[in-house]
Design a protein. Structure first.
Length: 203
């Protein structure tokens, strides 16, 4: 079972959807809608039950509910406990745990990268004070080495304010190492072209 949970915005956090629940439990989406509406007051003891409206090929619209971990777990208890439902519940708990761990790792690395950002910024300020484009160029280089995309492209693709929020924990770790390498090469007087070649080869 893959893609059982997703990471939403700051308010929503990690969630699954009525569409996912329906697919993996073999319960019709309309049945889940009825259950959600029937027990909404109970579900909302664990936070607001959010939803999105999706257009259908027929021209009609469909409501897709978003459930956090507690809401999804509670909803499943209102369903008939078939073997398929039990298997899904087990997989869902595991998926929530794994994504939550990934998010926690991202937070730790983001905090570490804030300091690395300052360090690289300080190096650029000290060693390249007259190059007004150096900060932007070197940070863009680091993003492209790690992801293949510019910060602007990442912000657009993932709908985030800060491009670092679009990186996975492994990418954040690599991003940190690339920026440290760039800072070290700047300090020994290497030009941009050589730095770009060096960090691209190292990747």
């Amino acid at each position: 079972m893959e893609n059982l949970v997703m990471q939403g915005n700051v308010k929503e956090g990690i969630y699954t959807t009525s569409e996912v629940v329906a697919d993996y439990t073999n319960v019709e989406l309309r049945t889940l809608n009825k259950l959600t509406n029937k027990y909404k007051s109970r579900l909302e003891k664990f936070g607001k039950v959010r939803f999105e409206i999706r257009p259908l090929p027929s021209g009609q619209k469909q409501k897709i509910w978003h459930y956090n971990e507690q809401q999804a777990t509670l909803l499943i208890t209102f369903m008939r406990n078939t073997e398929q439902v039990a298997d899904f519940k087990e997989a869902l708990v595991k998926a929530f745990y794994e994504l939550r761990e990934e998010v926690d790792n991202q937070r730790v690395l983001l905090e570490r990268n804030k300091q690395i950002n300052k360090d690289l910024g300080q190096v650029i300020h000290e060693y390249l004070p007259d190059n007004q484009y150096a900060y932007s160029n070197y940070h863009t280089l680091a993003y492209k080495v790690v992801t293949g995309y510019t910060p602007k492209q990442l912000r657009s693709m993932y709908h985030v304010a800060n491009a670092q929020e679009a990186l996975t924990s492994s990418q954040l770790d690599e991003f940190e190492r690339v920026k440290q390498a760039i800072a070290s090469l700047i300090m020994i007087g290497q030009p941009y072209k050589i730095i770009k070649q060096a960090v691209s080869i190292a990747k």
